[in-house]
Design a protein around this ligand. Sequence first.
Ligand code: NAD
Length: 499
Amino acid sequence: MQELTHYINGAHVKGTSGRFADVYNPATGEVQAKAPLASKAELDAAVEIAAAAQPAWAATNPQRRGRVMMKFVSLLNRDMDKLAEALSREHGKTLPDAAGDVQRGLEVVEYCVGAPELLKGDYTDGAGPGIDMYSMRQPLGVSAGITPFNFPAMIPMWMFAPAIACGNAFILKPSERDPSVPLMLAELMEEAGLPKGVLQVVNGDKEAVDAILYNDTIQSVGFVGSTPIAEYIYGTGCSQGKRVQCFGGAKNHMIIMPDADLDLAADALIGAGYGAAGERCMAISVAVPVGEETADKLIEKLVPRIEKLKVGPYTSGNDVDYGPVVTSAAKENILRLVQTGVDQGAELVVDGRDFNLQGYEDGFFVGPHLFDRVTPDMEIYQKEIFGPVLSTVRAASYEEALKLAMDHEMGNGTAIFTRDGDAARDFAARVNVGMIGINVPIPVPLAYHTFGGWKKSVFGDLNQHGPDAFKFYTRTKTVTSRWPSGIKEGGEFNFKPMD
Ligand code: NAD
């Protein structure tokens, strides 16, 4: 059995707490490795190393820091297949989807190559007689990030790339379900030229998270995961005087207007509802057709598409639409919620409960499910299922559909499918959700915009990546200066490189 490590001060280090988490191959159900769960002492020791490494890194000019990011991008591309394979093996998602996970992280690293431009301050020449005033953005010191299982490459990079580009040291506490790729990323960052100790990976569970929250050296904490944990980390981190941003769960609605291209909408729902086995915070889990006729036609188009879905292990290559869910506990929870839907009177149009994959009977595969006539009082509507289960809530009008999305406590993403520019514009303007798709089912903003939901999908005010990340990982210092006129230097005739 492979024993995974932490990545501390440039080396793979074995855990000393004596506690481990099983890391499964979700396709076979086998335990393939064990991940060490750090004690408070192990976490605190890593923070001390980070604090010692950070000042020299902060003093390295932003252009050089950007060059490390540039080299890291080329190493990610070099190792793309290796990273995707390791990711699929622990997470279960298909290989192309795993490569997409790496790619969407890589794009944020590309953005961070622009650190010198992004960290440029503001300057007022002549703010008063002989007075100049300038503001600069300085790193916070040591930052930490706690990440979920469902994007083990992308979300760590969304956090550590901007944090490090800004001159911070970073402690990453990845999900204990799939920690191998984060460890590989830390190695690659050092191969790219990052000094030891600036990026460290400490594996762990609640004990390591609490050690982060109560460590006085750590200045900021980023979290992505489920809403109850987001709420806990936000409250505790803020009470400890840290800067905290937490991104939580989702229940994303897609509204299908009567004038929509229903083939387009059905295809979109298949990818957004069942892709990655529904284990995406931007998955569409609720379809809201407007009008009975739209609903009937939509269901008619969805059923054959769902029946054609190919579910299987990532080793089957491009032949598979989605893989297993991450653990047997996740599978049980999904099937339990499906049962509540049946019990509470929703119509289970496609029933995946008996799904069984020959040769992979112990894998955590869940067949696709489609519910119709779901109502807002049902548990399957209120809770995030995080599985291949699409619920249809029929709305009588556009206003009723809009109200549904607005009244749900989650507000990560939403979409509208329509040919009517007026309806689309109205929806985008009024809906109280952070990321909106117009004829786009999974509207994940690109690296140079920012990512974040509203309502219970977020705790904190700044979004992930884009310009917000450079604000989150720096603090502003403003200098007011007055200089008496002094002795002028002689000429300098040659270019000199910056140190
Ligand atoms: P999770 O909340 O179980 O775990 C996330 C992290 O928190 C992990 O690192 C885990 O070790 C840690 N953790 C778990 N329990 C803890 C506890 N009691 N105390 C302290 N730390 C704890 O989430 P998950 O199952 O890994 O990920 C799925 C969830 O993440 C879904 O709800 C999904 O919607 C959400 N998610 C949100 C976004 C977003 O940007 N909004 C993106 C991806 C995933």
